[in-house]
Design a protein around this ligand. Sequence first.
Ligand SMILES: Nc1ncnc2c1ncn2[C@@H]1O[C@H](COP(=O)(O)OP(=O)(O)OP(=O)(O)O)[C@@H](O)[C@H]1O
Ligand SMILES: [Mg+2]
Length: 206
Amino acid sequence: MLRNKLGLKDPEKLEEAEFSITATEISALDEDPVPGNFDLEHLQAIHKRLFDQLYDWAGELRTVDLVKDGTQFAHVAHLSRAATDVFAQLRQDKWLKNLDEGAFLDGFTHYYSEVNILHPFREGNGRVQRAFFTLLAKYSGYHVAWDRMNQEDNIQASIAAYRGNEEPLAEILCPLLEWIDKDYFYFKRVDSHRFTTDRTMHNWPK
Ligand SMILES: Nc1ncnc2c1ncn2[C@@H]1O[C@H](COP(=O)(O)OP(=O)(O)OP(=O)(O)O)[C@@H](O)[C@H]1O
Ligand SMILES: [Mg+2]
């Protein structure tokens, strides 16, 4: 179990405290987003915001290797370099600005997977990447309805992406993206090249 600023020694208590503190911080992000340039420092600043009350190392890159269910996340020795490369590429891709829906989805999926494969932090990578990609999506006029994402599906699709097939992840992320610039409609993929818009999402539970 992780040493924490609250002095909690019971893993269940820590998990509860972590959940409630980060949930509060995450819901405050809408009104008060973490400023940044969609780079590694930005991701670290988001981690710091979410986890500062809990861990001394909030916002710092991990110093141990991490493996989950066969996924070997970036080796510590290469982590900072690999992260710099991912964010340099994202910058070159103009942070996915001004793309059509299909290209946006592909890019969004790709970088979501790349950042996940980095797994820069000892704990909290999922929450931090969702917060980061919420902002990145907003920059292009999309809202991401993460509450509709099934975690088990996300993990399976993240494993497939790690193994080189990003398609299942795109399938999962696509219905979470809602276009907010115009009339707040939901866009839905017919196949990998065609999209329809669907206003029925207005009737979806909020
Ligand atoms: N086997 C795996 N292969 C690839 N990615 C995985 C795997 N298992 C989990 N993930 C990804 O890692 C994230 C969880 O990472 P971590 O536990 O550091 O973050 P968290 O914020 O504590 O978790 P959560 O996303 O459940 O809130 C998941 O959201 C998923 O995106
Ligand atoms: Mg976790």
